[in-house]
Design a protein around this ligand. Structure first.
Ligand SMILES: Cc1cc2nc3c(=O)[nH]c(=O)nc-3n(C[C@H](O)[C@H](O)[C@H](O)COP(=O)(O)OP(=O)(O)OC[C@H]3O[C@@H](n4cnc5c(N)ncnc54)[C@H](O)[C@@H]3O)c2cc1C
Length: 366
């Protein structure tokens, strides 16, 4: 496949580059900016969308641009080149609602999700249900035209600013555990929903929190899909969460490796940095192959776990390189290192990805 830009792709790249030169500097670019970084996430999302650079491959009906996925790659490359922050990664929510929601729910919620006027969080994990998500105990009990929610969600990214939560709850306690779960769109700004911030090890308090549900209500027509379809929705969501092409981080790793290399000029290159450079290039090529498969219409299932595992290795190798170059005294690089540790946990741990690869791709243990 020829990866050079077609004329219309080159024109898009030009426009984007010009816009970034003017605008990227208005937003904190590193999570070392702590809470300020996350506080500006919504503004960054809306600025990108207003300028025509967000939701590039999503349907026009929902505020997207219906462009081929290669435009997302151009966007990610240019964001990284400009040293701008990555685009907000919402593809997994768009896919979850888009594939499982009714047309009514899609029309009501997708435009606000895509243009950033409504903020969202994902309420799957619980204190006793992370890797083993099917053991979740938050209950949704039918009461007239609504369901009443009781339970406890944790590690809920953006819960402090979210208007809506895509939430999993058990609607049928008697069904086999994967089959008794349903998904809902829950309003975060209602009585019975309490948000408690969590402090991350890099000091950030506003990226994620716990959500306690105590008699919160959700109208029955805000169920996404049929009763018991929550597990299928969860698999759609995590499958997309695990594809780095969707997350678009690889170009950012490349940029960080180049910045680190520039800092070491005149001294010997730490082994960690050399290894990170090799790994980053390997991930870039792997993603190009994935992209070319996507352009050929191949849809991925468990292969997302391979992508997630590779992405985790590379991000953590880059994190080690940042630490080798900056030591703990450089706040920004140290924050990059600390954040990289979370990659092997968020969106499903590395051990779980290996289990999926072993059982569903390699057919082991069947
Ligand atoms: C930065 C960040 C953001 C997050 N955002 C969200 C969010 O927005 N919404 C949300 O719902 N959740 C979110 N999570 C939660 C995340 O999905 C869970 O932390 C993750 O699934 C692991 O669950 P756990 O923390 O309960 O760990 P556990 O499941 O308790 O795992 C503990 C350890 O045991 C290992 N383990 C468990 N089961 C197995 C097994 N069968 N085989 C081998 N090893 C096993 C794990 O790999 C891990 O090392 C986020 C997490 C992080 C770090």
């Amino acid at each position: 496949m020829d990866f050079r830009d077609a004329p219309e792709e080159a024109a898009f790249r030009e426009r984007l580059r010009a816009w970034l030169a003017e605008n990227a500097g208005r937003f904190p670019t590193s999570s070392a900016a702590g809470d300020d970084y996350w506080a500006r996430q919504g503004d960054w999302h809306r600025a990108l969308h207003t300028a025509g650079f967000f939701g590039l491959s999503w349907p026009r009906a929902y505020g997207g641009h219906a462009l081929p996925p290669v435009y997302d790659v151009i966007l990610d490359e240019e964001l990284a080149l400009a040293g701008a922050r990555p685009r907000p990664s919402l593809g997994y929510l768009v896919q979850g609602l888009g594939r499982h929601g009714s047309e009514e729910l899609r029309q009501r919620f997708l435009p606000g999700l895509v243009d950033g006027t409504e903020r969202w969080c994902q309420g799957f994990s619980e204190p006793g249900a992370g890797s083993d998500l099917a053991s979740l105990t938050t209950s949704a009990t039918r009461d007239g035209d609504s369901y009443v929610l009781n339970g406890h969600k944790i590690w809920t990214s953006y819960s402090d600013v979210a208007d809506w939560c895509l939430l999993l709850a058990r609607t049928d306690p008697d069904a086999p555990r994967h089959k008794g779960i349903s998904a809902f769109v829950v309003s975060m700004g209602q009585p019975g929903v309490e948000q408690r911030p969590l402090r991350m090890m890099n000091g950030v308090t506003s990226e994620f929190g716990q959500v306690v549900l105590d008699g919160a209500r959700v109208p029955a027509d805000r169920m996404v899909g049929a009763p018991g379809e929550g597990w299928a929705l969860a698999m759609t969501v995590v499958g997309h969460e695990r594809e780095p092409a969707e997350l678009g981080f690889s170009a950012r790793y490349g940029k960080l490796v180049r910045d680190l290399t520039a800092r070491t000029e005149g001294t010997s290159l730490p082994a960690e940095l050399a290894w990170a450079a090799v790994q980053t290039e390997m991930l870039r090529l792997h993603l190009r192959r994935r992209l070319s498969e996507r352009l050929d219409g191949v849809r991925h299932g468990p292969e997302g776990s391979l992508d997630k595992l590779l992405m985790t290795w590379v991000e953590q190798d880059v994190g080690h390189a940042a630490l080798a170059v900056g030591t703990t005294r450089d706040a920004e690089l140290f924050s990059d290192y600390l954040y990289s540790r979370s990659q092997s946990v968020m969106g499903g741990t590395s051990q779980i990805q290996k289990n999926i690869i072993a059982s569903r791709i390699l057919g082991l243990g069947a």
